[in-house]
Design a protein. Sequence first.
Length: 302
Amino acid sequence: MSMPPDQEVRAAADAGEVSLDGDPRVARLVRVARHIEANADEPLTLASLAGIAGVSPSRLQRQFTAAFGVSPKAYQNEVRMRRFRQSLKDGDKVTDAIFASGFGSVSRVYGEAARNIGMLPRAYRAGGAGEVIVYACRSTALGLMAMAATDRGVCFVQFGDDEASLISSLQTEFPNAELAASPAQDAPELDAWVAALDQHISQGAPRPDLPLDMRGTAFQVKVWQFLLSIREGEVLSYSEVAAKIDKPRAVRAVASACGKNRIGVLIPCHRVLRGDGGLGGYRWGLARKRALLDAERKRRGD
């Protein structure tokens, strides 16, 4: 599941990506972030937060966004959304959860929910209940692959040893959604998408430009969107990706976002390596990562 924003900040601090002692500017920004977390249900102005940091509002906006990948306002909304999601999971009524999390109005949280968790709040509380997710399994050059899609786009591409384990993984991601195997006569689009991705993997056809239903924190989505810009045959290190998205200290958070990518190949996290050129990790095994990279380099003539 997605890492809450306050946990990302603390994980980055623990990992040494942001120092509370060595860099006074970063320490001030972390204090602002933790103040937001502690007071997320209250109205917080940029001016009041700037006072905590001892800088002008415009400078705080720039520095906070550069450090954490989101503005102070977006960060507050992320913290509120985490509390809202937890309230829903705890069984609170939607309206109670809305006001307990600090949103203050039904219309605001529904707008935030659609942007941040990809489904309406009642569906999220019920583990995706009310959503229909269609899936198909196919053999590819990388082994058995499952692809699943909502009405917004592909939400799941995984590789595994057998169909049962792949469907189990899909159920884990969307425990109460209605899962339906893709019959060609009723959902030909998904079968066509699977075939296009298989041709990309197996025969070197262009990576299909499919609609994607990406679900994660603002930072994770930012990383995944950047990965889409890495061209076939090219690789970057985790630190280079962090620098490219203007979060040079968030190397471990970038690696975590790559590891949480649930849409394999279509979001090409396999093109991100360790700083020393090593493969690093890969959710579906290093052999698959190596095979993907070798095939891409071969197609480019490297």
